[in-house]
Design a protein around this ligand. Structure first.
Ligand code: PGA
Length: 254
């Protein structure tokens, strides 16, 4: 089980789903469904809905995050939003999701810059790492995860990384209905935690929550979240249904 000192976190990545209005309705339904005590719950709507969803959950235990941000504070970057724009509206930001890396060309260096900007702005970054199926089949998952963690944390010290959250999301499990087995998830999260220890220090490796993501559902969440070192879940598809998302969150209660 997750040690008591690491409070479980379950985050919903709504991806490119919901309008400001339907996002508010979903957030309200999630609040009505009853977020469990003892678990941090985060909703990550599309950027256009972040403000409205954040307003809708004021006074509840639910927190709001963005799915992406630019690493610079302001400038001629059409279509982008910065950490300082998010700060004050959202508390969390997903950084380096595999869809950003794979579909939008985000490099390890960009992930590192975004992570540093998020921390500097007082946001809690959820940094995603994970291998493709071909890398896993070739036996390269551990090396890739280690390299991604190291690159993401380049130039960051343990103290600055205080609120950091990581997510292990095997690319082959995202949106496919195929999850990592609980053993695979725990093993890979162990690799990520070891890399955290090398990149930062032992204290950071101990305190940093590492989530699993990739086709998490009410049916598989309990077994995944019961694994040693699996500190919560980053949920895509199932986070768009209030009852499913809350069922997953309940599975995370220590
Ligand atoms: P999924 O997405 O739960 O739909 O597989 C997870 C994610 O991309 O964070």
């Amino acid at each position: 089980m997750t040690p008591a000192r690491r409070r479980p976190l379950v985050a919903g990545n709504w991806k490119m789903h919901t309008t400001p209005q339907s996002g508010v309705e979903l957030a309200r339904a999630i609040v009505r469904a009853g977020p469990p005590d003892g678990v941090d719950l985060v909703l990550c709507p599309p950027a256009i809905a972040v403000t409205d969803v954040a307003r809708a959950v004021v006074g509840t235990t639910v927190r709001v995050g963005a799915q992406n941000m630019h690493w610079l504070d302001a400038g001629a970057f059409t279509g982008e939003i910065s950490a300082s724009m998010l700060a004050g509206v959202a508390e969390v930001v997903i950084v380096g999701h595999s869809e950003r890396r794979g579909d939008f060309g985000e490099t390890d260096e960009m992930v590192n810059r975004k992570l540093r900007a998020a921390l500097a702005a007082g946001l809690t970054p959820i940094v995603c790492v994970g291998e493709t199926e071909s890398v896993r089949d070739a036996g390269g998952a551990r090396a890739l995860i280690t390299a991604q963690v190291q690159a993401a944390l380049e130039g960051v010290d343990s103290e600055a990384a205080g609120p950091l959250v990581m997510a292990y999301e095997p690319v082959w499990a995202i949106g496919t209905g195929r999850t990592a087995s609980p053993e695979q998830a725990a093993e890979a999260i162990g690799w990520a935690r070891e890399a955290l220890g090398h990149a930062l220090d032992a204290a950071a490796a101990e305190r940093t929550r590492v989530l699993y993501g990739g086709s998490v559902s009410p049916a598989n969440a309990r077994e995944l979240l019961a694994q040693d070192g699996v500190d919560g879940a980053l949920v895509g598809g199932a986070s768009l249904k209030a009852d499913d998302f809350i069922a997953i969150a309940r599975s995370a209660v220590p």
